[in-house]
Write a protein that binds this ligand. Structure first.
Ligand SMILES: Cc1ncc(COP(=O)(O)O)c(C=O)c1O
Length: 396
């Protein structure tokens, strides 16, 4: 059966929520994936900032295989050693005290929103329910997370949204401060807005927000679903800002391709959750936890954080060179292997042409190309990607 026939079968039975490219990916190895017809692609998407270790990673396969043979799922009615070890690894390498495991980014955000309201009501009284997020943010697709997302286009046809969530201008402290009242229980932001166009937060803004939250006992949540787990060259992007949040949300790269999410909090906040307040059947199951444990161990043992910094700097340098010869490129921003290239023109046709030439790229909004390759990316991969991109831009 041809690729086109397979896709038609898919269209017959899968809800049309995605405008997928007409390609079926079949297998991968390192930085590359192959489609059903055997065409090879260099992958600078990594399943939307997920496949931290690339494809067919030997240790990842071995560890997951061993765990499948022992136990894949047991629910949280019982303890399992994999998620205890994973929680310890996350806690030892961050400023948090407790973890809640779930299966995706949106669930990690839901957990953070619920924890914030619990904490607000406990500490400041029943009326303390307001959560402030940022304009242009993206936090996920479940009702709480999509309400928290500060982009109207995602709210279309869904009203009424969850009450008590409002949107502050990003990187504008005065604008944010005037929205804070005694009813505010949390402020949530992405240290680098991902879907919103790879927009890093400004250090001064973040430090001001931290001070305000400390002064008023408001929870500061960083959504690091996209920027976390080594993507920026630090384990967490917040490490660049000398600012410690009270709560963090993680997913995407944490499982390296296996679904897992996590919400971590400092003890003062974590203890607002009591038994029965929140749960997930699959959350932190042994297989998912093994995947995440393997990703973290590889990041540390293979010095992937310094690789991300080195390759990220190189990729940025090469993109800046491209900017010198292409008047359509107006900005290069981001850090590590989470970079964005803003253009004066729509980027969808460029991404399409790059794919035809064997390079996978993704947009972040209509005018930004996003570069989020696996953390194992090397200079040769970057040179190969730039060559294709340069060719395509030359034709614009
Ligand atoms: C910052 C951020 N938060 C939350 C999410 C939602 O994650 P998921 O798609 O795993 O639910 C995303 C996904 O793009 C994200 O970038």
């Amino acid at each position: 059966m041809s690729q086109t026939e397979w896709i038609q079968r898919g269209k017959n039975v899968i809800m049309h929520t995605y405008n997928s490219f007409p390609v079926i990916l079949k297998n991968g190895d390192g930085m590359y994936v192959w489609d059903e017809n055997g065409k090879k692609y260099l992958d600078f998407v990594s399943g939307i900032a997920v496949n931290s270790l690339g494809y067919k990673h030997r240790t990842y396969i071995d560890q997951l295989t061993k765990q499948i043979e022992k136990l894949t799922h047991c629910s949280n009615l019982y303890w399992n050693m994999s998620n205890i070890e994973l929680a310890e690894l996350l806690i030892e390498n961050s400023g948090f005290d407790k973890v809640f495991f779930c299966n995706s980014g949106t669930e990690a955000v839901e957990a953070a929103l619920k924890l914030s309201r619990k904490y607000g009501k406990l500490v400041h009284g029943r009326e303390c329910i307001q959560i402030i997020t940022m304009k242009q943010s993206f936090h996920g697709r479940t009702f709480g997370a999509i309400t928290a997302t500060g982009q109207e286009k995602y709210h279309k046809g869904l009203s009424p949204m969850l009450p008590g969530i409002s949107y502050a201008p990003f990187n504008d402290f005065a604008g944010l401060k005037q929205m804070v009242t005694e009813k505010t229980c949390a402020i949530m932001l992405e240290p680098i807005q991902g879907e919103g166009g790879i927009r890093p937060v400004e250090k001064e803004f973040l430090q001001n927000v931290r001070n305000l939250c400390t002064e008023k006992n408001i929870i500061l949540i960083f959504d690091e679903v996209q920027s976390g787990i080594g993507r920026t060259g630090k384990l967490f992007a917040y490490e660049y800002y000398d600012v410690q949040p009270d709560v963090i949300t993680l997913a995407k790269g944490l499982g390296g391709g296996f679904p897992i999410g996590a919400m971590m909090a400092v003890e003062r906040v974590a203890k607002a959750f009591l038994p029965g307040d929140h749960a997930s059947t699959f959350g932190g199951n042994p297989l998912a936890s093994t995947a995440a444990k393997t990703v973290l161990t590889e990041i540390f043992e293979q010095n992937l954080l310094s690789n991300v910094t080195e390759q990220g700097n190189y990729l940025k340098e090469r993109l800046l060179q491209l900017q010198e010869i292409s008047k359509e490129i107006i900005d290069i921003r981001g850090v590590g292997l989470m970079l964005g290239m803003e253009m004066t023109i729509q980027v969808a046709p460029i991404i399409q042409k790059c794919m035809e030439r064997g390079l996978l790229l993704i947009s972040a909004g209509s005018h930004v190309i996003r570069f989020v390759p696996p953390l194992i990316c090397q200079k040769d991969d970057i040179d190969a990607a730039i060559l294709i991109l340069q060719d395509v831009l030359g034709e614009e």
